[in-house]
Design a protein around this ligand. Structure first.
Ligand code: SAM
Length: 240
């Protein structure tokens, strides 16, 4: 089933017009024909089953049914020390598939990138949209602009549970985390390739973060992030 994003404002009664790249993709790239069925995502939580009615002068479809998909609770927020190369692309795609609410790349003492180019941000947002279509996720992952670890800390009070993953943590493991399902919002912070400075860990724990170990082996940042997404989504009851 092919899926496309629509603008809710383009719905008039039971008819909707597809515009821009989405219309081009349906008409010119996929060469779809009238009477074919597709799914339409409005990016706000609804999925529409629709039938192509016209392809010219515009692509218009008739809505056959609508499904409202509730937003998962608690919302998992992932703050990730910005990674080099295509690793962030990979994490944005996996966070989308695993239902993570939003991802916030940050710079810290051991990150190398301070100011990703605008097209890097645009690429991440495009990856999130494409992944949403692939996995039938009606509210795409929010990709926040690059910020600092300090900013993550100062805006963390809104979260019910705040976790920082640290490979040198010796006492607290995932087993200590229980009943995440009845929380509103979780924040999980993961370091870059070079990890966290000790004083960064200390500032996070002083700000109410729980330092948690993912076991005795040191994982690559992308392994830790992918594992954390799946584990915390499971603990939160968002993989059911
Ligand atoms: N400094 C080490 C290094 O350079 O290999 C570890 C950094 S690790 C690649 C990047 C991030 O993954 C860490 O900052 C931490 O957030 C997370 N991480 C890796 N292994 C972990 C573990 N066993 N427990 C908790 N977090 C871990």
């Amino acid at each position: 089933m092919r899926r496309f994003f629509i603008d809710k404002d383009d719905i008039k009664g039971s008819t909707v017009t597809l515009r821009g790249d989405e219309a081009h993709h349906l008409k010119t790239v996929l060469r779809m024909e009238t009477s074919s069925s597709v799914e339409l995502l409005d990016g706000l939580g609804s999925i529409y089953l629709a039938e192509i009615k016209t392809l010219s002068p515009s692509v218009s479809l008739e809505i056959l049914s609508c499904e409202r998909v509730p937003t998962a609770k608690p919302v998992l927020n992932l703050a990730q020390g910005v990674l080099q190369g295509k690793k962030m692309d990979f994490l944005v795609q996996k966070a989308s598939e695993l239902g993570v609410g939003r991802i916030t790349p940050f710079y810290s003492q051991h990150t190398t990138l301070r100011d990703p180019s605008a097209n890097r941000m645009n690429r991440w947002q495009k990856i999130a949209l494409e992944a949403s279509k692939q996995c039938r996720r009606p509210c795409p992952l929010e990709v926040n602009p690059l910020t600092s670890l300090d900013e993550i800390l100062s805006s963390s009070s809104e979260h019910t549970l705040k976790v920082i993953l640290w490979e040198e943590e010796k006492d607290t493991t995932l087993k200590t985390l229980k009943d995440l399902g009845n929380m509103d919002s979780l924040l999980v912070v993961i370091g870059p390739e070079g990890g966290f400075a000790k004083e960064e860990i200390e500032r996070c724990t002083a700000a109410g973060f729980i330092s948690v170990s993912l076991g005795s082996r040191t994982l690559r940042a992308e392994t830790a992030a992918l594992s954390a997404m799946a584990i915390f989504q499971f603990l939160a009851g968002n993989l059911e």
